[in-house]
Design a protein around this ligand. Structure first.
Ligand code: NAD
Length: 487
């Protein structure tokens, strides 16, 4: 796929060049990781046609157990080629190798296994109807694939988020055209080799590379041959995609941005709370949709939590991904760093104080061409400050004191987003009570990022439409059809 650093599209089982290449930049040092063939309208069209053809081919005659077996084989091949996936993900994102190993690539294999298990075990509705006039009928539902699914994904957890959608889509018998982020094209392309090696028929999995507006992303969303779009990315992009598919009334599943809150009660185990916050604010350089960017701390422990979290932030080690002591990579790009730095400047202008960080670090050792930024915490900003209203998507959080439980709930829910929340307390009743009052798709108590893949995942408000995960994914990726037989 990436022979000599070249990334190609994958259509109908063949790697396809377009002649129009763009650079895939390694954000660690600004070097070119690969050159990528951008799919034009005709390549996107051939990918959709290949997917449509495959939908009605031998793939359509496989039952759920056979598809599940193929999914398990895909997971096996990912594991057999684990190091290649890690290297590709790290070259595109600059994230620490340890993170790519533990989260990105491990979860990719797990996604395929989880949906293989689920689709093998799940049943569908059946009802025996008995009418007053004595007639009887058997109703039973068949699960049909949605069809050709457009899968558009972002750069922060490229393989994890892609497989989170591709695995259930294939489990349900769909075919897919995938549009990875232009910033992280490698692992989706490597997955094409794996899927072929696992024995999935040609045309079931297709990859088109390029950008959003005016490029592969937009071509895919307006293509009449797409039966549904599953998208993870920014809320504003979700809104554009929704408008693009609306003339043809196609279903969408949207996992969008977040502005997630954590609430630390004075009764929390503070060491555990600070450990949890260190992960929830800074993992993946804060570039996880679920990361915490607002931390509400009950007043008696506010200063202590601020000081302890600042100490942990200052101890994070920025450095090359392959170095064992590195905890934190760069942002995805220098363009994204400009956006994040805009919020650092806003913090200064609006009188917030940087307790730690607030600048671009000088790392030397050939890294200064990279997209590095200091992990940063602010105090002194209120809920009306844009720092607490807009998704920044960096290693940043603002800390705000509160007095009562009701006040904390009101502050946390005062947002247009609704993805995730974290409640830190040793009071069991309070943990359940407050978690249940969060207007989000996922609430954690005394932890973060831990999740059963069978549980619902998604957000409310600007954070998305629909739920994926377990049975919820099967609902989106299939169309139950009821058959009614009079007996
Ligand atoms: P983005 O919206 O800029 O891009 C996501 C994908 O959409 C990319 O592949 C991009 O090329 C494509 N795209 C952009 N414009 C398009 C258009 N007009 N038509 C079709 N496709 C288009 O998002 P990003 O910057 O890559 O990712 C970061 C965002 O993703 C953050 O907002 C983050 O919160 C969100 N995210 C959400 C979740 C979740 O599960 N809720 C998970 C991860 C990331």
């Amino acid at each position: 796929m990436t022979s000599a650093g070249v990334v190609r599209n994958f259509v109908g089982g063949q790697f396809v060049e377009s002649g129009e290449l763009f650079d895939d930049i390694n954000p660690v040092d600004g070097s070119v990781a690969a050159r990528v063939h951008e799919a034009d309208e005709s390549i996107v069209d051939s990918a959709v046609r290949a997917a449509r053809k495959a939908l009605d081919g031998p793939w359509s005659r496989l039952g759920a157990p056979q598809r599940a077996a193929l999914l398990r084989r895909i997971a096996d091949v990912i594991e057999a080629r684990f190091d290649e996936f890690v290297a590709a993900e790290v070259a595109d994102t600059g994230k620490p190798v340890s993170l790519a190993r533990q989260i990105d690539v491990a979860r990719a294999a797990a996604n395929f296994r989880a949906f293989a298990d689920l689709v093998s075990a799940t049943g569908l509705d059946s009802f025996l109807t008995e009418l007053p006039d004595g007639r009887r009928a058997l109703n039973y539902a068949l699960r049909k694939p949605l069809g050709v699914v457009g899968v558009i994904v972002p750069w922060n957890l490229p393989l994890l988020l892609l497989t989170w959608k591709v695995a259930p889509a294939l489990a349900c018998g769909n075919t897919v055209v995938v549009k990875p982020s232009e910033l992280t094209p490698a692992t989706a392309t490597l997955l094409a080799e794996v899927i072929t090696e696992a024995g999935v028929p040609d045309g079931v999995y297709n990859v088109v590379h390029g950008f959003g507006a005016g490029s592969a992303g937009a071509h895919l969303t307006v293509h009449p041959g797409i039966d549904g779009i599953t998208f993870t990315g920014e809320s504003s992009t979700g809104s554009t995609i929704m408008a693009a598919v609306s003339p043809r009334v196609r279903p969408v599943s949207f996992e969008l941005g977040g502005k997630n809150a954590a609430i630390v009660f004075a009764d929390a185990d503070l060491k555990r709370a600070v450990d949890t916050l260190t992960r929830s604010v800074f993992t993946n350089t804060g570039q996880v949709c679920l990361c915490t960017e607002r931390v509400y701390v009950q007043r008696p422990v506010f200063d202590e939590v601020v000081a302890a979290l600042a100490e942990r932030a200052a101890a994070l080690r920025l450095g090359r991904p392959e170095e064992a002591e590195t905890t934190t990579g760069p942002l995805i790009s220098t363009e994204h760093r400009e956006k994040v730095l805009g919020y650092y400047r806003l913090a200064e202008e609006t009188g917030a104080q940087a307790v730690v960080g607030g600048a671009v670090p000088r790392l030397g050792a050939g890294l200064d061409g990279g997209a590095w930024i200091e992990p940063t915490l602010w105090t002194g900003a209120g809920n009306d400050n844009r720092l607490l209203r807009e998704e920044i998507f960096g290693p940043v959080a603002a800390l705000v004191p509160f007095d009562t439980e009701d006040e904390a709930v009101a502050l946390a829910n005062d947002t247009s987003y609704g993805l995730a929340a974290t409640v830190l307390t040793t009071d069991l009743d309070r943990g359940h009570r407050v978690a249940g009052r969060m207007r989000v798709g996922i609430s954690w108590v005394n932890t973060w990022f831990l999740r059963d893949l069978r549980s619902p995942f998604g957000g409310s408000g600007l954070s998305g439409i629909g739920r994926e995960g377990g049975e919820h994914s099967l609902h989106f990726y299939s169309e139950p059809t009821n058959v009614c037989v009079e007996l």
